[in-house]
Design a protein. Structure first.
Length: 227
């Protein structure tokens, strides 16, 4: 009887001894699969951005500039309204692009949709957060420097676009360079007479978004992606 009790105890102890080891191996295997899928997503050509919607956001920038010219002839004297207008324009653009990106990615990259969306958004999020925080700091503590905002916004956007070029067509670097050059030009040429001009935003973003849309159309279905 004592031997039977000892044998039963030993048998019951086997799962307890093997359980943690088995679960550890399983967790490691699952983590490896997630890492492999994430690496595949980062190395694949991302086709989630729709060229029509991207081009539409360029048109939206032109509309916002028209509203500014009509309603805010002197934006320097009404910086709060200026910021509200352009932040709302940026938010609407981001929502339009984001909604279509999710739908297109789930349709085109069905097997890696979640990983592709995560990889695409994490490339732009740092630039977006930096731009938002910079705008807040300038508005609250350095209002005399707010004339720099259009140029700084474009430079920050160019950095986010350069970062995203890892999973986008290499020709997208041309659009990123455009935003960098227009941002620098805005900083160099802005003066009291044309500070916060509506065209300082409309022309760079109107032309830039159309450039991005053209690259997406030309390279759609191709494999021109940075390795």
């Amino acid at each position: 009887m004592g031997l039977d009790v000892d044998l039963q105890s030993s048998v019951l102890c086997v799962p307890k001894l093997m359980g943690p080891v088995t679960m550890t191996n399983l967790d490691k295997a699952l983590a490896d699969i997630v890492a492999i899928r994430s690496q595949m997503a980062r190395g694949a050509l991302f086709r989630g951005y729709g060229p029509v919607t991207v081009a539409a956001t360029g048109l939206l920038a032109l509309i916002a500039a028209g509203l500014q010219a009509a309603l805010l002839p002197d934006a320097v004297e009404n910086v709060s309204a200026y910021l509200l207008l352009w932040i709302a324009t940026a938010a609407i653009s981001a929502i339009l692009i984001g909604v279509e990106m999710v739908a297109r990615t789930r349709r085109i990259h069905s097997g890696l949709a979640d990983e592709m969306i995560h990889a695409a958004t994490e490339q732009f999020i740092p630039a977006g957060v930096a731009g938002a925080l910079m705008s807040l700091v300038l508005f609250r503590y350095a209002s005399q420097s707010l004339w720099m905002l259009p140029g700084l916004w474009q430079i920050i956007f160019s950095l986010g676009l350069f970062a995203a070029c890892r999973s986008l067509p290499q020709a997208m670097r041309m659009a990123a360079a455009w935003y960098l050059l227009t941002g620098l030009a805005n900083l160099a040429l802005a003066s009291e007479g044309n500070a916060l001009s509506p065209w300082a935003m409309a022309l760079p973003f109107g032309v830039g978004q159309i450039m991005i849309a053209a690259v997406l159309v030309r390279c759609d279905g191709g494999d021109d992606v940075e390795g």
